[in-house]
Design a protein around this ligand. Structure first.
Ligand SMILES: [Fe+2]
Ligand SMILES: [Fe+2]
Length: 172
């Protein structure tokens, strides 16, 4: 039965294997963001925690989108195993820069999938993946904006320090 399903599969078989790898990557992203949310929570950074809890949920919806696509088209979606993720961060900036690096890696993975779909003339998967191409652009932009905000924070502290230097000027 399983073999018949695979023979009648409209998704190219190697593309399906890559889609299953992508399911695992989305699940891994969800776990990584959950760990980031936990770190933020422990630091009392409620808004950042909320941001990463939401990201963790989003990654799960990405995972399920691919999962359903495979099964709805006669393939075999594989429930993913996730490996250990980092829970130790030294700063909020490190959390967001890790998140950005992670998203950049996911974007590359999606692009490879698109390239493979086109090479194998699997245009259904190519069309399906276009949503992910746009989504990755948006997610990278969000992480970059977060880093910009944090860098602005650094500058603000520097300006505050500079104000303290003024005290030295008046003391002279
Ligand atoms: Fe994702
Ligand atoms: Fe993402």
């Amino acid at each position: 039965m399983k073999d018949i399903a695979r023979q009648e599969l409209s998704i190219h078989i190697e593309v399906m294997d890559m889609l299953n790898d992508q399911i695992q990557k989305e699940a891994q992203s969800s776990t990584a963001y959950l760990a980031m949310a936990s770190w933020c929570d422990q630091q009392g950074l409620e808004n950042s925690a909320q941001f990463f809890y939401a990201q963790a949920e989003e990654e799960r919806t990405h995972m399920m989108k691919i999962f359903r696509f495979i099964n709805d088209n006669g393939g075999n979606a594989m429930a993913p195993a996730t490996s250990a993720v980092n829970h130790d961060f030294t700063s909020l900036e490190e959390v967001f820069s890790d998140a950005l690096a992670h998203e950049v890696g996911i974007t590359k993975s999606i692009h490879k999938l698109v390239a493979k779909s086109r090479a194998e003339h699997d245009y259904a998967t190519d069309a399906f993946l276009q949503w992910f191409v746009t989504e990755q652009m948006e997610e990278e932009q969000t992480m970059r904006r977060a880093l910009d905000i944090l860098k602005l924070g650094e500058k603000m502290s520097l300006l505050q320090l500079d104000e303290r230097i003024a005290e030295l000027n008046t003391a002279q």
